[in-house]
Write a protein that binds this ligand. Structure first.
Ligand SMILES: *[C@@H]1O[C@H](CO)[C@@H](O)[C@H](O)[C@H]1NC(C)=O
Ligand SMILES: *[C@@H]1O[C@H](CO)[C@@H](O)[C@H](O)[C@H]1NC(C)=O
Ligand SMILES: *[C@@H]1O[C@H](CO)[C@@H](O)[C@H](O)[C@H]1NC(C)=O
Ligand SMILES: *[C@@H]1O[C@H](CO)[C@@H](O)[C@H](O)[C@H]1NC(C)=O
Length: 375
């Protein structure tokens, strides 16, 4: 065992090596699908390295032990999230070495067992794609009580969390109507024209997740997907009507949210920064951007391919049917709450909190008090 002094010296040495070597930031690396190197970071990950997995993923790497670190966030039937490869882990422990877990087979990754995701909403916003939802996080290897934290392509050393994790999508340019058309084919993975997502955030913990991918063609992508608000969770970073989502699966078009940290009060726009230490209490409440063209789906339809995948069938008992709606009911207009009327009320009794604002406040509190510092 090295002494404290030796350890300190080793850390100092590693820091020096980091600044001398000056590894290229993960968020400045560009890839054109399908030209992906075996590892985008490899041994060059600085003091937190080397990269735990790899990025060149294909059918031979697709299994429930996969160490693939290339994630796809395409649509409500085909998206991945980062989570641990080790049973009963926490995000805080595993942030640097997480792997892609995907709802659909076909990406060379682990497949999220059907029944894991118990409610989700996908928003086609003007300048980003966002999917948020509720899940049994133990099915993606997380300790049931883990408050979790944020993954993003930055971190103090700019090597990303996870180190070397990259994200692609075919979702920019789609909307609720084109997704409905895709869903009618029952193949959510047919389009393989992928664009790299440069700025993204991914939170998971407390039985919830939220993933936001900002369109690289938008000059404000870095602020809409800002990564410096890691202590205030989904409620501020990926604004949605969380109180209506558990138990339903819905796709909507949406306006953009105000970037995290930015708020308007009495006509004055202010940017708040999360303090580096001490209590973190944002001085504003969020407003859910207005949404439209919301359509609900059945999880059995969305996750059908995973349900028949032999690799996952051993690790999942059955397909979830915790959904409401018919998969065809459409609801247009622009409810200012962003909530699709009539599609989700049956899911609410599962919450112990009676009213939506109260529930959201309690989620905010939970996420705020998580106390996990992930940069
Ligand atoms: C499949 O992925 C593995 C692991 O990254 C890699 O070694 C292999 O060359 C890939 N195969 C093809 C055909 O790309
Ligand atoms: C899971 O992890 C938690 C917290 O890290 C620990 O308290 C618990 O004992 C672990 N459970 C198992 C079955 O290992
Ligand atoms: C969807 O389409 C792709 C591309 O044609 C194909 O490889 C895949 O097997 C299809 N998946 C399903 C579930 O039909
Ligand atoms: C979501 O709903 C399920 C099923 O009713 C419930 O067990 C779970 O606790 C809910 N999740 C959250 C974070 O409220």
């Amino acid at each position: 065992m090295p002494s404290q002094h030796t350890r300190f010296a080793l850390v100092a040495l590693a820091c020096a090596a980091l600044s001398v070597k000056g590894q290229e930031a993960l968020s400045s690396k560009r890839f054109t699908w399908p030209d992906i190197p075996y590892q985008v970071t490899g041994d060059d990950g600085g003091q937190r390295g080397p990269q735990a997995g790899f990025n060149l993923c294909n059918s031979t790497t697709e299994n429930q032990q996969s160490e693939c670190q290339t994630a796809f966030l395409n649509n409500l039937g085909d998206f991945c999230m980062w989570s641990s490869g080790t049973l009963n882990d926490t995000i805080g422990e595993s942030e640097a070495r997480e792997f892609a877990w995907c709802t659909a087979p076909g990406h060379g990754t682990r497949v999220i067992p059907p029944g894991t995701i118990i409610g989700a909403q996908w928003l086609y916003a003007k300048n980003y794609l966002q999917v948020v939802g509720f899940l049994d996080q133990t099915k993606v290897n997380l300790f049931a009580g883990d408050d979790g934290g944020e993954l993003d392509p930055h971190g103090d050393d700019e090597q990303g969390n996870p180190l070397g994790g990259i994200v692609f999508t075919n979702g920019f340019g789609m909307n609720s109507a084109s997704f409905q058309q895709l869903a009618s084919t029952n193949n959510f993975t047919a389009n393989q024209q992928y664009t790299q997502v440069i700025e993204w955030v991914d939170f998971i913990g407390t039985g919830m997740f939220c993933l936001k991918m900002c369109n690289p063609s938008d000059p404000d992508a870095a602020s809409l997907c800002n990564h410096i608000y890691d202590k205030i969770g989904c409620a501020y970073n990926a604004i949605a009507d969380y109180g209506s989502i558990n138990g339903t699966f819905e796709v909507c078009d949406s306006e953009d949210m105000t970037p995290p940290g930015v708020f308007v009060e009495n006509g004055v726009t202010t940017t708040w920064f999360q303090p580096a230490s001490g209590p973190v209490v944002p001085p504003y409440t969020t407003t859910v951007p207005s949404s439209s063209n919301c359509v609900t789906y059945q999880s059995t339809q969305l996750f059908a391919a995973a349900a028949t995948d032999p690799a996952v069938s051993t690790s999942s008992s059955s397909a979830s049917t915790q959904t409401t709606g018919s998969g065809t009911a459409s609801n247009s207009g622009s409810a200012s709450s962003g909530k699709s009327t009539g599609a989700s009320s049956s899911s609410l009794p599962s919450f112990s909190m009676p009213a939506t604002p109260f529930l959201v406040a309690s989620l905010i509190l939970t996420l705020t008090t998580a106390g996990i510092v992930l940069a």
